[in-house]
Design a protein around this ligand. Structure first.
Ligand SMILES: [Zn+2]
Length: 176
């Protein structure tokens, strides 16, 4: 399985796997879904990928549960190899890719679409690339998955499950 942090995809987003005759890349598991998350941290604080790793390790995970992490400055960290099943959406991990952005709460702690322009740009570029490269048809927010199967394998605050990722994924531009 190798390391879980950084530089798994040295050729760019999701460069893992072989490319079939139809031009679609394949990894050793079937990919049908992209799930968007937020870290549910306040927009006025910095939450680095190292912070995220620490939190997920404290929950018993070996590495970050999401495959990609997008900072407020738009930087995209590759945090888990695509070949590896994620730990971010219970019942949906096997065939999905998990992406989280830094933020999701206002400075007062209210669930809000806190994405910066750079985060929006990076998220769209990443989602579009992954959809195209891996032939993935569906993109949704964590909260769009059925409540009884929701979760990321750990106990979370009810509010987080309800709100994550704090914006309406179905209305974003990648669906057009
Ligand atoms: Zn989530």
């Amino acid at each position: 399985m190798g390391n879980c942090i950084e530089n798994h995809h040295s050729g760019g987003f999701g460069s893992s796997g072989s490319t079939g005759g139809d031009g679609v890349r394949r990894v050793k598991r079937k990919l049908t879904l992209i799930v968007i998350h937020c870290t549910a941290t306040r927009s006025n604080i910095d939450f680095t990928h190292t912070d995220l790793l620490r939190v997920h390790r404290a929950r018993g995970m070996r590495c970050i549960g999401y495959h990609f992490y997008i900072r407020k400055d738009g930087y995209i960290h590759s945090t888990r190899p695509l070949e590896m099943v994620g730990a971010h959406a219970r019942g949906y991990n096997a065939e999905s890719i998990g992406i989280a952005y830094e933020g999701g709460l206002s400075p007062l702690g209210v669930p809000t679409d806190t994405r910066t322009q750079k985060q929006k740009y990076s998220l769209r570029a990443l989602v579009r690339t992954l959809k195209k490269d891996y032939g993935i048809g569906r993109v949704c927010g964590h909260r769009d998955l059925s409540p009884d199967r929701n979760g990321n394998g750990v106990v979370e605050q009810i509010e987080w499950l309800k709100q994550c990722p704090c914006f309406d994924v179905a209305r974003d531009e990648w669906c057009s």
